[in-house]
Design a binder for this molecule. Structure first.
Ligand code: CRA
Length: 831
C-alpha cells in the first residue's frame, strides 16, 4: 500500500471510530477516550473514569452534527430563536444523548462486551441543577424540542458554579448541602475563552456629540467584568440538528485596567477578581423568587448583556447590518428574569451602534416575546429605583424614556384616566419607587403568553388587564409541555418498549399524538397484563432504591400515591398530610373494613428561608415516623419523604406512580409540568381545576381523572365574601380531629408547640384554603381507593391516560411558539 493510501485509510478509520454508530466503533472510541483523555486503562479506571470515557464517546458523535448544524445555519442565514432564561434544569446528559442519537441499545451491548456496568456508569453523572423547578425544567424540555423540531436556536443563561442545593433530611428536617456539579469536570461543555464580552456596572452617564454633531449618551461605568461562553450541544431526537446552549461564566475583566484603581494594591486587585466571579457563583434557590437581592439584579444584567452582545456579533458576522436584526432573531424572555434585555438592547443599538431611538425601539419590540409563569404577587419582580440607579444608571434613563413615551400613548388613548396611567406605568410610585419588570417585558415585546389555558385567561383578566385592553392581539396562550424522550424513553424504558410493541412502531417518540393508537387496545387483557407488569417492575425498582436511601420499606403491591414538586403552601402538601392523618385515624379506630394499602411518597425542596415549607417537610417526616413504626397500621400505609428530588431522582419516581397529586388551590399553579410527566407514565391524577390540570382532564376524559375542590371562580368569590377557615375547623369534626392530632404532640414526641405555626396559620388565615377544600379532597380520595380496587378498570384508565397525552409533548408547544409567536420555520440538517 502506498504511504498516501495508508494515511487516508487511517483517517477514515479514525473518522469512523470517533463518529461511527457501530458497536465496534463505540467500543474502540470508549477505550481510546479512557486512555487519551482520562489517562487510564480498564484495570485501574474508577467508575468516574468510565463515565467520563462514555460521555466523551457520546460527545464525539454530537460534535459532527453540531458542526454541520452551525455551518448550515450560517450559510442559510437561518432565522434563529434565542431562549433567554436564568435557569436551565437539564438533568443528566448521557442517557438522553444516547437515546437521541439512537444508540442506547448498541451502547448497552458494547458495555456488556467490555464487561461494564452500564447502569452504574449512568448513575455516576452529576446532573447540572441549574434551575429551581418547573420554569428551569421547562427551558430544558424546550431545548430538547427545539432541536427535535429542527428550529435553529440558542439557549442563553448562566453557568452557575453552584446549582440548586442538594437536599438531605436530618431528623426529619431539610438540610441544604452545596451542590458541586463541576467538582469532577463537565465533559459536555466546551469552553470558548475567546467568546468574551465586557459587562458594565455602576458609574454615571454623560452626553457628548458624535462626529456628525449629534447628541449621544455615553455610560462611564465604575466596574466591568467579563462574561465567557461555555457551550453545550443539544441534540434533537433522530435528527441531525444540534442547537447550542451557551452559558456565561463571570470572570475578572481583561480589558478593564485594575491597576489604575489599585496602584500597588495587589490584594485589592485579586479581591476585585474574586468579586467579579461571584456573579455566576450561585443560583438563587427560590422557586418563584421574591425580588430584591442586589446580586440577583447583577446576575440578570450579566447574562442578558452577554447574550445580546453575542447575538449582535453573530448578526454582524453573518447577515451584516443591524437593520434587520429582528428578522434574524426572535428572543423569548423566560419570565421577567431577563426582562432587562429590553433596555439593554436599546442601549447597545443606540449607544454602541449609533442607531436612533425610533429605529432601536422598533427593532426591540419586534425582537422580544415574553412568557409569564406566575400570578403570585410576591413572585412578580420589581427593583428599587435607587438600586437601579446605582448599578445600571444608563438603563434607568432608558426605562424612564420608554415609560414617558408609553404613558403619553396611554394618555392619548384614555383621556383623563390618570388612575390607568398610574396602574400601567413601568414605575410603581406607591411607597418606595420601584421598576415593574413585568410591565417592561410587556411593553417591550411583540407577544406575551401564559403557560396554560386558564393561566393565560387569568393573565388577561387580572395581572395584565389594562395591557390586554390596550393591545388585545399581543396576548397568547401556549400550554406547557414536557419531552417524551427524557420523561418516557429515558426514564421508563419498559413502558417505552411496550408502547412501541403495541403501536408497531416507535414514531410516537417524535410525534406523541401517535400514542393514541393505544386507545384501541385499552380493553385488551393481554396489554393490560403487560401494562400492569411494567408498572409493578417500576414500583419494585423504586421500592428497592427508597429502602436503600431512606431505610423505609414499601410494598410494591400498595397504591403508590405521589406528590413530588417544590414545597409551597399553594401546592398544599399539607392537605395531602391531612389526608394521611385521616387514614391513620380511621385505621386506628378500626373504621376501615377492607382498606386499600397505600404508600404515600413525597419529594421536593423548600426554599432555604421558607420557614413554613420546611415545617411541612418536618411534619411529613414526623407522620412517617409514627405511621411506619406502628404495626397496627403499617401493613396498610407507609409514608416516605424521598430526599433530594431533582431530575435524576424524578426519573425514578414518575414510572412508579399510580396516583399523581396535583392539588394546588385553583388559580395558583400557572401550569404545572409534573402533572404531565406522571400522566405520561400511566399515573392517574387527583387534582383541582388548576393550571394544565384542566386541559389534562379534558384530554384524558373526565371519567379518567379524579377531580375535586373549588374552581378559580369559587376561590375569588370566597375571598370577596370573606374566607373564615375557623368555621371549617369547627364545622367538620374529622378535620378538627386531624389538626388536633398534630397539636397533640403525637407526631412530635410530645412537643405540642412544634407544628403550631402551621396549624395556627391554617385555622386563622389559611391563605390557600386548605380547610375549604379538605372535605372534597377526602371524599375524592375515597373514590380513588374504590377505583383502585377494580384493577382491571384502573389499568384501563391508566392506558387511556397515556394514550391521550400527545398534546402535552413539548414538541407541540414548540411548534406553536414557532408558528404563532416567533415565525420560524424548521431547518432540517442532513448528515
Ligand atoms: N414555579 C409555575 O409555578 C409552571 C412553571 C413553568 C412556574 C408552574 O406552574 O409550570 O413555572 N412559575 O411554566 C415560575 O417559575 C417565576 O414563575 C414554576 O416553575
Amino acid at each position: 500500500m502506498s504511504k498516501a493510501k495508508a494515511s487516508e485509510s487511517t483517517s477514515v478509520e479514525r473518522e469512523h471510530t470517533r463518529t461511527g454508530m457501530s458497536k465496534a466503533a463505540l467500543k474502540q472510541d470508549f477505550l481510546d477516550n479512557l486512555f487519551y483523555i482520562q489517562g487510564r486503562f480498564r484495570e485501574v479506571a474508577t467508575p468516574h473514569d468510565l463515565y467520563m470515557a462514555a460521555a466523551f464517546t457520546t460527545r464525539d458523535r454530537l460534535l459532527k452534527r453540531w458542526v454541520k448544524s452551525a455551518q448550515a445555519f450560517k450559510t442559510l442565514h437561518a432565522r434563529t430563536l434565542c431562549y433567554l432564561s436564568a435557569e436551565f434544569l437539564l438533568g443528566p446528559h448521557l442517557a438522553n444523548n444516547l437515546v437521541n442519537l439512537g444508540i442506547i441499545e448498541t451502547s448497552q451491548e458494547a458495555g456488556q462486551e467490555l464487561d461494564l456496568d452500564f447502569e452504574a456508569i449512568l448513575e455516576e453523572e452529576e446532573e447540572p441543577g441549574l434551575g429551581n423547578g418547573g420554569l428551569g425544567r421547562l427551558a430544558a424540555c424546550f431545548m430538547d424540542s427545539l432541536s427535535t423540531c429542527q428550529i435553529p436556536a440558542i439557549g442563553y443563561g448562566i453557568r452557575y458554579e453552584f446549582g440548586i442545593f442538594d437536599q438531605a433530611i436530618e431528623d426529619g428536617w431539610q438540610v441544604e448541602k452545596s451542590d458541586t456539579w463541576l467538582r469532577n469536570g463537565n465533559p459536555w461543555e466546551i469552553p470558548r475563552p475567546k467568546i468574551r464580552f465586557p459587562v458594565l456596572y455602576g458609574g454615571h452617564t454623560e452626553q457628548y456629540r458624535d462626529q456628525n454633531g449629534e447628541p449621544r449618551m455615553r455610560w462611564v461605568p465604575s466596574w466591568v467584568i467579563d462574561g465567557v461562553a461555555y457551550d453545550t450541544p443539544i441534540l434533537g431526537y433522530g435528527v441531525g440538528n444540534v442547537n447550542l446552549l451557551r452559558l456565561w461564566k463571570a470572570e475578572a475583566s481583561e480589558s478593564f485596567d485594575f491597576q489604575a484603581f489599585n496602584v500597588g494594591d495587589y490584594y485589592g486587585a485579586v479581591h476585585a477578581k474574586i468579586e467579579a466571579e461571584t456573579i455566576s457563583k450561585v443560583l438563587y434557590p427560590n422557586d418563584e423568587p421574591e425580588a430584591g437581592k442586589e446580586l440577583r439584579l447583577k446576575q440578570q444584567h450579566f447574562f442578558v448583556s452577554c447574550s445580546l452582545q453575542d447575538m449582535i456579533r453573530l448578526h454582524l458576522n453573518t447577515v451584516g447590518p443591524l437593520d434587520d436584526f429582528a428578522d434574524k432573531f426572535a428572543a423569548q424572555l423566560n419570565d421577567t428574569h431577563p426582562a432587562l434585555a429590553v433596555a439593554e438592547l436599546m442601549r447597545l443599538l443606540m449607544d454602541d451602534h449609533g442607531m436612533t431611538w425610533d429605529r432601536s425601539w422598533e427593532m426591540t419590540q419586534r425582537t422580544f416575546c415574553y412568557t409569564n409563569h406566575t400570578l403570585l404577587p410576591e413572585a412578580l419582580e420589581t427593583w428599587s429605583v435607587t438600586l437601579f440607579e446605582r448599578l445600571l444608571p444608563r438603563h434607568l434613563e432608558i426605562i424612564y424614556e420608554i415609560n414617558r413615551r408609553f404613558l403619553d400613548e396611554i394618555r392619548m388613548r384614555f383621556l383623563g384616566d390618570e388612575d390607568r396611567v398610574r396602574r400601567m406605568s413601568l414605575i410603581a410610585e406607591d411607597g418606595e419607587r420601584r421598576i415593574r419588570m413585568a410591565h417592561l417585558a410587556v411593553v417591550g415585546s411583540k407577544a406575551v403568553n401564559g403557560v396554560a389555558k386558564l393561566h393565560s385567561e387569568l393573565v388577561k383578566s387580572t395581572l395584565f388587564k389594562d395591557f390586554n385592553a390596550l393591545w388585545p392581539e399581543k396576548f397568547h396562550n401556549v400550554t406547557n409541555g414536557v419531552t417524551p424522550r427524557r420523561f418516557m424513553v429515558v426514564s421508563n424504558p419498559r413502558l417505552a418498549r411496550l408502547i412501541t410493541e403495541c403501536c408497531g412502531h416507535d414514531d410516537w417518540i417524535r410525534d406523541l399524538d401517535r400514542v393514541r393508537a393505544l386507545e384501541s387496545h385499552a380493553e385488551s387483557s393481554d396489554l393490560q397484563a403487560q401494562w400492569k407488569a411494567v408498572k409493578l417492575a417500576a414500583k419494585r425498582d423504586l421500592t428497592e432504591w427508597l429502602k436503600h436511601v431512606t431505610g423505609v420499606q414499601l410494598d410494591p403491591a400498595a397504591m403508590f400515591d405521589v406528590q413530588a414538586k417544590r414545597i409551597h403552601e399553594y401546592k398544599r402538601q399539607h392537605l395531602n398530610a391531612l389526608h394521611i392523618i385521616r387514614c391513620y385515624q380511621e385505621l386506628k379506630q378500626g373504621l376501615l373494613k377492607d382498606p386499600v394499602p397505600r404508600a404515600f411518597i413525597f419529594g421536593g425542596k423548600a426554599a432555604p428561608a421558607y420557614f413554613l415549607a420546611k415545617l411541612i417537610i418536618k411534619l411529613i417526616n414526623a407522620i412517617a415516623e409514627v405511621v411506619n413504626n406502628d404495626p397496627e397500621v403499617n401493613g396498610f400505609m407507609r409514608v416516605v419523604f424521598m430526599p433530594d428530588f431533582n431530575v435524576k431522582t424524578g426519573q425514578r419516581l414518575y414510572p412508579a406512580a399510580d396516583l399523581s397529586e396535583q392539588i394546588s388551590l385553583a388559580g395558583k399553579e400557572a401550569s404545572g409540568t409534573g402533572n404531565m410527566k406522571f400522566s405520561m407514565n400511566g399515573a392517574l391524577t387527583i387534582g383541582t381545576l388548576d393550571g394544565a390540570n384542566l386541559e389534562i382532564r379534558e384530554a384524558v376524559g373526565k371519567e379518567n381523572f379524579f377531580l375535586f375542590g373549588m374552581t378559580a371562580e369559587d376561590v375569588l368569590e370566597k375571598q370577596i365574601e370573606g374566607y373564615r377557615p375557623w368555621d371549617y375547623y369547627h364545622g367538620d369534626h374529622e378535620l378538627k380531629a386531624d389538626i388536633d392530632l398534630i397539636n397533640s404532640g403525637l407526631f412530635s414526641h410530645g412537643d405540642t408547640k412544634l407544628f403550631r405555626p402551621l396549624t395556627d396559620d391554617l385555622i386563622n388565615h389559611d391563605p390557600f384554603m386548605v380547610l375549604a377544600d379538605y372535605r372534597a379532597y377526602i371524599e375524592c380520595q375515597q373514590r380513588v381507593s374504590e377505583a383502585y380496587r377494580d384493577q382491571q378498570h384502573w389499568v384501563r384508565m391508566s392506558i387511556l391516560n397515556v394514550a391521550r397525552m400527545g398534546y402535552f409533548s413539548s414538541d407541540r408547544a414548540i411548534r406553536e411558539y414557532a408558528k404563532n409567536i416567533w415565525g420560524i420555520a424548521p431547518t432540517p440538517i442532513d448528515l
